[in-house]
Ligand binder design. Sequence first.
Ligand code: GLA
Length: 418
Amino acid sequence: MYVCISMKKSIIILAFLAIAGMPANVSAQKWEGLAETPQMGWNSWNKFGHNISEELIRQQADAMVESGLVDAGYIYLNMDDCWHGDRDADGFVQPNTETFPSGIKALADYVHSKGMKLGIYSDAGRKTCAGRTGSFGHEYQDAIQYARWGIDYLKYDWCSSENINPRGAYALMRDALRAAGRPILFSMCEWGSNKPWEWAAEIGHSWRTTGDITARFAGDPRQRGWGQTVLSIIDQNAPLRKYAGPGHWNDPDMLEVGNGMTVNEDRAHFTMWCMMAAPLILGNDLSKMSAETCAIILNRDVIAIDQDKLGVQGLRFKTENDIEYWFKPLVNGEWAFCILNRSEEPADLEINWQDFNLTDDEVSHLSTSFDQITYTVTDLWNKPAKKARTVTTKKNISVTVPGHDVILYRLTPQTGRK
Ligand code: GLA
């Protein structure tokens, strides 16, 4: 019978594949369901660079719980570059025994006992960006080692990658992670050099879209690609919105909130990352946070904009000199509306909602329809007093947006049409 013959054939083909290895176009799937909303956590690089140790990671884990960050959704605690020692005689990578004397498994157990997940860092080349042991030629072994240790997240960098095919290198590590059997979120970090947004949705859960961020809001990026500012990153990330969605996000790099910018700049930076549905990976010292930093990164109303289940990256609808008007569609017909002031001078603005009738043709196909729907307006950074009158989109609103700052509103449709 035809069916039986074709089954026989497929068994033979499967057996052949198992022996010969899979051809390049047949590969494993990434772990699904790990980033249905953008991942949230902390990473050591922006603040601590090369100087990391198990003591530091434990200290940050404790601070993460005590400050309420874990409850707010920041669950990944990620070691970046420089945890590495050498490979053992069998080729399995080991941590630096001076800085991580108890080993990574013990650290993962500790982090898990606190209700968090542990992330690690490697590189597709022979060396990481700081010159430590990379994964090239050891991808399956490294994935097995991470799984054994209880790792939950891998940031995979792109230094020493000359002559390596990017798509192949990232797919290879995806397959290795899958084969190792432990769900591990795969955060790709090749800085947008090879347009990963065009090919990586089935490989990683997020991909970096730019060179490295610094704690600077505006001004010239220091070099081409590197030393990016908040504004230069927004400009590179904004046009890529159609590539992002549940399970596969544009990553405009980790946060610099609490690392030296002004409070207004930190607030604007955090807000714009939420408007762009970016992974929210904190980069500051969690054990020494000011009240202002806490108020920014723990604002659950703002986090909810980032984490909205519709999973649509916001759109820059209109730019008038240094003022930008952004919209992000949310579930149940709600919208986030943000005004970004790129200049250092405060801006006095009159918002006429009828100027903002728009349809998101590119991604969600939703319309604001201010001409037909009245929305309640909730200010997410300046909570009105309890008895204040409800503000709606029936009337124009006058606002002052401070320099290098934002206004962020949540717009909720009132039931019934106008
Ligand atoms: C690259 C990455 C950074 C960081 C460093 C570590 O520059 O883009 O985010 O991981 O490497 O060396």
